[in-house]
Ligand binder design. Structure first.
Ligand code: FAD
Ligand code: 2HG
Ligand code: ZN
Length: 478
């Protein structure tokens, strides 16, 4: 689709972006050509870093005319290789980091208008400065960008209360493939003017348009919270506990994270300042948090009472309730660093699964039995956002196992796990998207009619196929 034979490519890019907006040397481009997990390595003609929406618009119009592929990249923390160019060396990486202004905060309307290159941390800080909360919470918040969060429809640690990124957006400003601007970044909570066009770009992973700004929903700040680390015998017990806590707290559970014993051990081994919060080992844990915008609530008492009852009944095995902010931070440090601990421990195979919460325990039992029998080179590290039915069903290379042999099992394991997920009525992609990693999975599991609809949308919005070519729907002609 792309061609190397476009004349004066550098001169034209310089004209559009100026010298500060263009990276051409191998050293400058290197960090943009590999994904966070180092699964994908690409090449690029150039890395373009526009500073204004108008520059994005002019760049796209020109790339569309010349049929040059454009690969948008935010913080490059994505898990599916969606922001990495292909190996042709013909594509242009569109780096969004210079388009990073907080345009406005409307505290009364509980909304904030941010450019796509703002990091999640910057947006949360801007909301905080206006005594508001932007609730999306990911371990990668220092690097990932609002444009990337929207394009992957990110989830994270507080979806149970606030929803995913799609639920947190009021309006989007988008540059279309041919450079036209879709200026729909209004801060309206109600707007039934025809199709919900903005929604198409959320979770589209840069294949339908370039998000340049977003109007985001804000919430009251958290004024009181209670956080506990609870040991349980099994996953079914964790699911039951969530249900009880929701009812007992007036539905103020904001996070409910499942953690297996092995993840506590990995985090304690690989991450400084992380230790097991409880004295004895237990098979499973949850990190749960109740929170409210009201000051001086009795959330700690509610949590203590509910956990005390559960302990008496033998429904839980032990629990530690954070007594101050330092202890709370320590619990979250453990949870947020599980992916990093996994990375430091060796190779891993990851599955980002979504299941009805009612079948989670049964699914894990079946899948773990299959792995025990078939994959001795791996050990299961299954954790995640239990409150959302989202399991990170990951395998790490077992101690002493050969890395290459372990990784060679990827296709077989993926097929077995994802087929089982389908049988249980779940999805193989909960919050990390498709990118390049799961193209075959989408083709296999999505209903054919849904795939046809997706292709029709792609054709309508990007008829020349210049936007993130080959990602999500694969390389089929659009
Ligand atoms: P990138 O990786 O740069 O890009 C992701 C996709 O979006 C690519 O397809 C890219 O082309 C496209 N894109 C980027 N910017 C734009 C734009 N402006 N317009 C159009 N397309 C664009 N994810 C979760 O959902 N939940 C978690 O709990 C979570 N925790 C994480 C913890 C760690 C330690 C790490 C490393 C990652 C985690 N992630 C999590 C994954 C990742 O952080 C998210 O997917 C995040 O939303 C990606 O944002 P990014 O800016 O890094 O996007
Ligand atoms: C998390 O929940 C992230 O910590 C990363 O979504 C999950 O590494 C993973 O599999
Ligand atoms: Zn996650």
């Amino acid at each position: 689709m792309t061609t190397l034979a476009v004349p004066n490519i550098e001169a034209r890019l310089l004209d559009i972006l100026g010298p500060e907006g263009l990276m051409l040397s191998a050293a400058q481009m290197a960090p943009f050509l590999v994904d966070h997990r180092q699964l994908y390595h690409g090449r690029a003609r150039a890395v373009a870093a526009p500073r204004t929406v108008e520059e994005v618009s002019r760049l796209l119009a020109w790339c569309n005319d010349e049929r040059i592929g454009v690969v948008p990249q935010g913080g490059n923390t994505g898990y599916c290789g969606g922001a990495t160019p292909d190996e042709s060396g013909c594509e242009i990486v569109l780096c969004m980091r210079r388009l990073a202004r907080i345009r406005s905060v409307d505290a009364l309307n509980y909304s904030l208008l941010a450019e796509a290159g703002c990091t999640l941390h910057e947006v949360r800080a801007a909301a905080d400065a206006a005594a508001r909360l932007f609730p999306l919470s990911l371990g990668s918040e220092g690097s990932c960008q609002i444009g990337g969060n929207l394009s992957t429809n990110a989830g994270g640690l507080s979806v149970l209360r606030y929803g995913m990124m799609r639920d947190l957006v009021l309006g989007l400003e988008v540059v279309l493939a041919d450079g036209r601007l879709l200026p729909c970044a209004q801060a309206l909570r109600k707007d039934n003017t025809g199709y919900d066009v903005k929604s198409l770009f959320v979770g589209a992973e840069g294949t339908l348009g370039i998000i340049t700004a977003a109007n985001l929903k804000l919430f009251p700040q958290i004024r009181s919270s209670a956080t506990a680390f609870v040991a349980l015998p099994d996953i079914a017990g964790a699911v039951a506990l969530l249900s009880e806590l929701r009812a007992a707290s007036g539905d103020r559970v904001s996070s409910f994270e499942l953690i297996p014993r092995i993840a506590v051990e990995l985090a304690a081994r690989h991450i400084p300042l992380v230790a097991d919060p409880l004295g004895h080992p237990h098979p499973w844990y949850v990190l749960c948090e109740l929170s409210s915008s009201e000051e001086g609530t009795a959330l700690a008492e509610v949590l203590e009472r509910a956990l005390g009852d559960a302990l008496e009944r033998g429904a839980i095995l032990d629990a530690a309730i954070a007594q101050n902010e330092r202890q709370r931070q320590a619990l979250w440090r453990l949870r947020e660093n599980i992916p990093e601990a996994q990375r430091r421990d060796g190779a891993s195979l990851k599955h980002d699964l979504s299941l009805p919460i009612t079948v989670l325990a049964q699914f894990v039992e079946r899948a773990a039995a299959w792995l025990d029998a078939n994959v001795p080179e791996g050990r299961l590290v299954a954790y995640g956002h239990l409150g959302d039915g989202n399991l990170h069903f990951n395998l790490n290379q077992a101690p002493g196992a050969d890395r290459t042999r372990f990784l060679a099992r990827e296709a077989v394991v993926k097929r077995a796990v994802h087929d089982l997920v389908r049988d249980f009525g779940g999805s193989f992609s909960a919050e990390h998207g498709i990118g390049q990693l799961k193209i075959d999975e989408l083709a296999r599991y999505a209903p054919p009619v849904e795939l046809e609809v997706m292709r029709a949308i792609k054709r309508a919005l990007d008829p020349r196929g210049i936007l993130n070519p080959g990602k999500v729907l694969g390389t089929e002609p659009p």
